[in-house]
Design a protein around this ligand. Structure first.
Ligand code: CDP
Ligand code: CDP
Length: 218
């Protein structure tokens, strides 16, 4: 089965590494975080009460979601840039704690797996969505390093950024994601943990491809 899951905290490099691994293997990528971000976007767009779990979950079947390389469309409107905004990330983490929201996104996520192959990027890819994955990676990095990466990413985009605020935000989101009752952020029992604090992107990609070679020949 052509399937690799890459889970881990925010700014550990999951998205970047997932795309490079998938590109090398000629596979698709599931950016599952984008789906929770889309829910957060819909809450704001439709003026829903974010505290109302059922109302948030109920909107999901009405959303026509389309991924085109790194562009994301909801009901034919491009939302790629909006989804990356920090307040959307925070709200995504809030609605992602609702069991009804996670349930409503379950089949959609699993439908991304085809014979072509898939790299699943998220928090619960290896634990809940694809427990059958032959290779599960849990990518971590020191929170200070992650904050530096996020800061650099924003500055390079010309966005005003405050390092301390980013650091606090990452810590808060990590805590929220790790301590929720459903699908908390944690490595699957059979996951390989890679600490990328002091590794370059290519080194992480090569390590994962090396593990895949070993799994594949078994
Ligand atoms: O890019 P970043 O790592 O900051 O976040 P993301 O992957 O876009 O995910 C945004 C939020 O969605 C996370 O903080 C999680 O709360 C939630 N999420 C989740 O619960 N399960 C997933 N498989 C992916 C994301
Ligand atoms: O998807 P996730 O939130 O886990 O992280 P990302 O958006 O892929 O990576 C955050 C930033 O860290 C990007 O600008 C990457 O280029 C950078 N990065 C890095 O500097 N070194 C790594 N080993 C991995 C990512």
């Amino acid at each position: 089965m052509n399937l690799i899951t890459i889970d881990g905290p925010s700014a550990s490099g999951k998205g970047t590494v997932s795309h490079l691994v998938a590109q090398h293997l000629g596979w698709d990528v599931l950016d599952s975080g984008a789906l929770y971000r889309i829910c957060a976007y819909a809450v704001l767009e439709y003026g829903l009460n974010a505290d109302d779990e059922q109302a948030v979950a109920a909107v999901i079947p009405d959303l026509v979601i389309r991924f085109d390389v790194d562009r994301v469309y909801v009901n034919d409107q491009e939302v790629s840039e909006q989804l990356r905004l920090e307040h959307i990330g925070k709200l995504a983490s809030k609605v992602a704690a609702y069991p009804a929201v996670r349930q409503a996104l379950l089949d959609l996520q699993r439908s991304f797996l085809t014979n072509k192959g898939l790299v699943g990027d998220g928090r619960d890819m290896g634990t809940v969505i694809f427990p059958q994955a032959p290779l599960k990676i849990f990518l971590i990095a020191d929170v200070n390093e992650r904050a530096k990466r996020r800061y650099k990413q924003l500055v390079e985009k010309g966005i005003d950024a405050d390092f301390e605020a980013i650091l606090l935000d990452l810590q808060k989101r990590d805590e929220q994601d790790m301590n929720r009752a459903v699908a908390p952020l944690k490595p699957a029992d059979d996951a390989i943990v890679i600490d990328s604090s002091y590794m370059g992107i290519q080194a992480v990609v090569d390590r994962i491809l090396g593990h895949w070679e070993q799994v594949r020949v078994k």
